[in-house]
Design a protein around this ligand. Structure first.
Ligand SMILES: Nc1ncnc2c1ncn2[C@@H]1O[C@H](COP(=O)(O)OP(=O)(O)OP(=O)(O)O)[C@@H](O)[C@H]1O
Length: 251
């Protein structure tokens, strides 16, 4: 922007034109690339969570290896028996339940493979919806999540779109999905679904993301985090836009 103003003052119309287009291109590209970060930022602002916007916290919610083993064992059984399931695992700090469409039923029970499997049995009252796990506790079940609106995910059913939806909005969680139709296992993180996963790959992923020894960064899309993302994405975009503009004008 500075260079654009400078070129206008120095009487360099072509350079000024190119730079102006570059600034507009960057702004549009950034608005598209960072739409979910902006939405979360505005939601926090709307809730009056001003302190969190500036607070860069490292609040880990670690899961011990035995908790990870219980989760993996339960997922293995559910997948083998083609029982649909959706688990929300907190990674760094508690999720704000206002991010859920319906908060579900409080359980506050110790994580065990038996309990996870029981919750998702099709005849139980709580099998519909998601189950939230915080550290070594099952917090609640029957949670209804916001669905992802991504076009690519329209072919997927609502269970998978719900996993994408919540991880798109909330950075401090990942979701594990078991498909009722195929038994396939997926992991959703930051709005992206990784699938199908083998049990071994799931265990490795959970260990790397949830193990207490992993130093994880927080979570709430604070102002600094948003600014950092804008900065890095803008830097990555500039050379590409510059090349496109130069190519266009050299023709
Ligand atoms: N918004 C939501 N939040 C949480 N769970 C949901 C939500 N919508 C649907 N579900 C769960 O997903 C189930 C429906 O799954 P559906 O068949 O539409 O999805 P899918 O992604 O194709 O999964 P599957 O492969 O298991 O069939 C519901 O019975 C419910 O348990």
């Amino acid at each position: 922007m500075l260079a654009s103003a400078l070129s206008a003052n120095l009487g360099l119309p072509l350079l000024n034109f190119v730079l102006e287009k570059l600034v507009i291109g960057c702004a549009v590209a950034m608005a598209v690339a960072l739409q979910s970060e902006f939405r979360r930022f505005l939601e926090q602002l709307g809730r009056g969570e001003f302190w969190q916007l500036f607070h860069h916290h490292r609040l880990a919610v670690p899961k011990s290896d035995s908790v990870i083993d219980e989760i993996v064992e339960a997922v293995k059984e559910l997948s083998k028996n083609r029982i649909g399931a959706l688990l929300i695992l907190e990674t760094t700090g508690p999720i704000d339940e206002r991010d859920f469409s319906v908060p579900g039923v409080k359980l506050n029970a110790e994580v065990s493979k038996e309990l996870i499997q029981t919750i998702f049995q099709p005849k139980t009252l709580l099998h519909d919806g998601a189950t939230l796990i915080r550290a070594s506790r099952i917090v609640s079940s029957g949670i209804i999540l916001p669905l992802s609106g991504r076009t690519a995910s329209r072919q997927l059913g609502t269970r998978h779109r719900a996993a994408m939806g919540i991880t798109e909005r909330v950075e401090n969680c990942i979701c594990v999905v078991v498909s009722e139709e195929t038994g396939s296992i997926s992991l959703a993180e930051r709005g992206t679904l990784y699938r199908p996963l083998t049990i071994r790959k799931l265990k490795e992923s959970l260990e790397s993301k949830l193990s207490p020894t992993v130093d994880r960064e927080a979570v709430a899309p604070g102002l600094f985090s948003l600014m950092r993302q804008i900065g890095s994405k803008a830097l990555a975009l500039v050379p590409r836009l510059l090349k496109i503009t130069i190519d266009r004008f050299s023709r």
